[in-house]
Design a protein around this ligand. Structure first.
Ligand code: GLU
Length: 461
């Protein structure tokens, strides 16, 4: 059974890049009928916060990515780490190092002066003497001193690290007894039964160290997939300014979970030239062997395009629910179908949809000066009055009925359609733009339409 995981450090919000590896891990587990586990790497007490953990869970919840089983919190696993550190000490695979800070600095300076790589020199590796007084030892693992460590990466292929170049006997427990990052990751991945690790390639340099830990403990090594970073259009690592922000900020901007997930799955993974993937299709088709070898490019237009696709195709009932977040309650609005059908074709985000709805259902209190100048010239008022008269005598409900009354005015006054359309639009909305005027009037109704026309005439003559 494939067991994957997402292992965020809760030091801030969930970032879009983190979410992408979480999604890949989730999809790969699910496409194999496996498990996707969540581990909160909260050992750094100074930098972690409960709020950050909650933010991660909130984001998962919004996107419908549910982790299987209990969440693992590293902060609750000290006893486990201590047990394995003791095991390595007992087996002679790790040792106490009593080097003082001063000695370490001295070693570093000498190595630098000799233009050597700065690394621990192994002086306590086989130490049998009496430990020096007053130094709380750190615990170092006995890393291989020669040969190579091979990472068979599912994305990047075989990568060999020369032991002597990259590994010294790295610290697995600090002087205060707390275990270090690479040690706990390896222990937890093994104990949680993780057999496929999908993570950002910024972790690639940690992998040989983790392999040393696996091997020292006699644990089987999982399969690794290191996913290339997401870049901006300039080919640089994505930053906040490019939109690499809190996942929940995408919700606030009005993106739908479907669009965001679809956008992310295509950042660094492809299936032919298919762009639109339903969630179940993603699960069916995702395979980490199709993860691209090079960095992917973040493209906001693509996200907008996907979002408008999903909004356009979303049942109105679902849109109605999303709009509740923007304080738009359409539940008892008798023309909500007309309203949503007309607007969902035109917007890129749910936020934009909310703004457009407000612009229609709330009467304008001000009028765009330029629009008035353009629309209310000539005999515009006379035309509006003629339309008012038509409305008074009729009982229009649907857009085409409002339209027919406009047609009558156009024919009777022998004018072009724009001559009525423009002033009417500005009277109803206070500005140019927006969906069809007949749709607007059908949505707000005859009484409100007439009221807005009167108000516009009074305010602008
Ligand atoms: N906690 C690490 C991070 O947030 C991820 C560890 C891993 O995936 O191995 O970057």
């Amino acid at each position: 059974m494939v067991v994957t995981r997402f292992a965020p450090s809760p030091t801030g919000y969930l970032h879009i890049g983190g979410l992408r590896t979480a999604l890949f891990s989730y999809l790969w587990a699910k496409s194999n009928g496996g498990k996707f586990l969540l581990r909160i790497e909260d050992t750094d007490k100074a930098r972690n916060s409960k709020e950050a953990t909650e933010a991660i869970l909130n984001a998962f919840n919004w996107l419908g990515l549910e982790a299987d089983g209990e969440i693992t919190y590293q902060s609750q696993r000290d006893a486990i780490y201590t047990k394995y550190i003791k095991q390595l000490l007992d087996e002679g695979k790790a040792y106490r190092c009593y080097m003082s800070k001063e000695e370490l600095t001295e070693l570093r300076e000498t190595q630098m002066a000799n233009k050597e790589r700065t690394m621990y020199d192994g002086r306590y590796r086989d130490f049998k003497g009496t430990p020096p007084q007053g130094v709380e030892p750190v615990i170092r693992i006995k890393a291989p001193q020669s040969g190579e460590i091979v990472v068979n990466d599912g994305v990047k292929g075989k990568i060999s690290f020369q032991a002597q170049d990259i590994l010294d006997d790295f610290i697995i427990a600090r002087a205060d007894g707390t275990p270090t990052y690479n040690f706990v990751v390896a222990v937890d991945d093994y104990l949680m039964g993780i057999n496929e690790v999908i993570r950002g390639d910024d972790h690639l340099s940690n992998t040989p160290k983790q392999i040393v830990v696996y091997e020292a403990l006699g644990f089987s090594v999982p399969a690794f997939y290191h996913v290339p970073m997401i870049h901006n259009a300039q080919g640089k690592k994505l930053s906040k300014r490019d939109g690499a922000t809190d996942v929940m900020a995408y919700k606030e901007m009005g993106y739908t979970p479907q669009a965001l997930l679809n956008f992310l799955v295509r950042l660094g993974w492809s299936h032919g030239d298919q762009e639109i993937f339903s969630f179940s299709e993603m699960i069916e088709l995702f395979d980490p062997k199709d993860i691209n070898k090079s960095a992917s490019i973040y493209n906001t237009e693509k996200l907008d395009w996907l979002n408008s696709h999903y909004i356009k195709n979303m049942p109105n009932k679902e849109l109605e629910e999303l709009l509740n977040e923007y304080n738009i309650i359409l539940a008892s609005h008798d023309k909500k179908e007309i309203l949503l059908d007309a607007l969902k074709e035109r917007v890129k985000t749910v936020k934009e949809l909310a703004v457009s709805i407000k612009e229609i259902v709330v009467a304008p209190t001000t009028y765009d000066e330029k629009a008035i100048k353009k629309a209310f010239k000539g005999n515009a008022i006379e035309i509006l009055n003629a339309y008012q008269a038509k409305l008074t005598d009729a009982q229009p409900h649907l857009p085409n009925e409002y339209h027919a009354l406009m047609e009558e005015v156009v024919t009777e006054m022998e004018i072009g359609f724009g001559k009525i359309g423009m002033p009417l639009r500005v009277a109803l909305l206070g500005k140019m733009g927006g969906p069809n005027i007949d749709t607007i009037m059908a949505v707000i109704g005859k009484k409100e339409s007439m009221h807005r026309i009167t108000q516009a005439i009074t305010a602008n003559t």
